[in-house]
Design a protein around this ligand. Structure first.
Ligand code: 3PG
Ligand code: MG
Length: 402
């Protein structure tokens, strides 16, 4: 796969860069800007080399039509602040505005196109429809750089199809992410512990299955833990529960036992009446969740248990918060796991938008972890052993014989 150098001299050339700038945004205000910051080095490198840099990105999941709530305008502005240079913004993706903005770029200048998902061709399942949009995007550039690691698992026009049309290279962010994931999958130092959280088991089925033969320990918290507790026969009150996944969880527990993988589940749970700041909170044993209670975090004994299960690990991958960390009273478990990772003597990787945002908003230094990934689903699918279309497509240049 090609790195930026393989593009040759880019001075004066228009280079389309796919970045993942999908950041939390509410009322036009950006929450954690980690993904924007992570995208800066590649953009800057190209601009410093005199390229006319055209950034393509998505925000949220608009329905294939312009929707001001998902405009990238505020993101383009933040990118400009981080670059320390003004960034032009095109109010459409491949229309007259995009062409105007791109044509006006001088060498070393940067533009951001409007949310590529405003065009139905971006996410279409129809190869032909995606290709039509990709061709229009490709008209805007002489070369393509794939740097949006968080979307490489998506077979979408600006991620996949454009790479089939233009000479392309892998950006430094994608290269760095892939290097870390390789270390997790090829001969990880052991013990290898994986911490999974987040709300849904159904999002993590494939990765749990794959990890049951690769990791030594699997620690489970977050909303998904209640489906596991249910699988063990416990009542979970009004906690998040995926009834249709109970059987799958039972299977994982059995498979883990057979494989000699230790599954660590919380022994106690913080329970609230409502998922709301200030709601009365109690700590109960994990097998005694009251009928009207909602589990919002792992409990203090579990924090210790989890920290202990991580203490001597040499490799840790963590995806998904342990509780509703956005509310400080429910952030204890997530904080405890983050702290435990900072004490590990080995490779520690935090993946997934929520956990990455959590460690930053909870005040941990990024340097306290080996790597904070910009990918959520992309990292999970990689660990699962899936083929990621956005990576595979980079293996051949357009027109090259296979
Ligand atoms: C993400 O936030 O997971 C990535 O930006 C990909 O977004 P998507 O899940 O909407 O495709
Ligand atoms: Mg996602």
């Amino acid at each position: 796969m090609s790195t930026l150098d393989s593009l040759g001299d880019v001075h004066g050339k228009s280079v389309l860069v796919r970045s993942d700038l999908n950041v939390p945004l509410s009322d036009g205000k950006i929450g954690d800007d980690g993904r924007i910051r992570a995208s800066v080095p590649t953009i800057r490198e190209l601009a410093d080399a005199g390229a006319r840099v055209v950034v393509m990105a998505h925000l949220g999941r608009p329905k294939g039509a312009p929707d001001p709530a998902y405009s990238l305008a505020p993101v383009a502005e933040r990118l400009g602040e981080l670059l320390g240079e003004p960034v032009a913004f095109a109010a459409d993706t491949v229309g007259p505005r995009a062409h105007e903005v791109v044509e006006a770029l001088a060498p070393g200048q940067v533009a951001v196109l409007e949310n590529v998902r405003f065009d139905p061709g971006e996410t279409s399942k129809d190869d032909g429809e995606r290709e039509v949009f990709a061709r229009r995007l490709a008209e805007l550039g002489d070369a393509f750089v794939s740097d949006g690691f968080g979307v490489v698992h998506r077979k979408q026009a600006s991620v996949y199809d454009v790479a089939r049309l233009l000479p392309h290279a892998m950006g430094g962010l994608v290269a760095a992410e892939v290097a870390v994931l390789r270390r997790l999958t090829e001969h990880p130092d052991r013990p290898y512990a994986v911490v999974l959280g987040g709300s849904k088991v159904s999002d993590k089925l494939g990765v749990i299955d794959a990890l049951l033969t690769k990791a030594d320990r699997l620690l489970i918290g977050g909303g998904m833990v209640f489906t596991f507790l249910r699988a063990q026969g416990h009542d979970v009150g009004r906690s998040l529960l995926e009834e249709d996944q109970v059987e799958a969880c039972r299977g994982y527990l059995a498979k883990a036992e057979q494989a000699g993988v230790r599954i660590v589940l919380p022994t106690d749970v913080r329970v609230a009446d409502e998922v709301k700041e200030g709601s009365p909170l109690s700590v109960v044993p994990a097998d005694q969740i009251p009928a009207d209670g909602i589990g919002v975090d792992i409990g203090p004994a579990s924090e210790e248990l989890f920290a202990e299960a991580l203490a001597d690990a040499r490799t840790v991958f963590w995806n998904g918060p342990m509780g509703v960390f956005e509310i400080d009273a429910f952030a204890g478990g997530t904080r405890a796991v983050a702290r435990a990772l900072t004490r590990v003597d080995g490779l520690t990787v935090v993946g997934g938008g929520d956990s990455a945002a959590a460690v930053r908003t909870l005040g941990f230094a990024e340097s306290a972890f080996s790597h904070i990934s910009t990918g959520g689903g992309a990292s999970l699918e990689y660990l699962e052993g899936k083929h990621l279309p956005g990576l595979e497509v980079l293996e051949d240049q357009p027109g090259a014989a296979r």
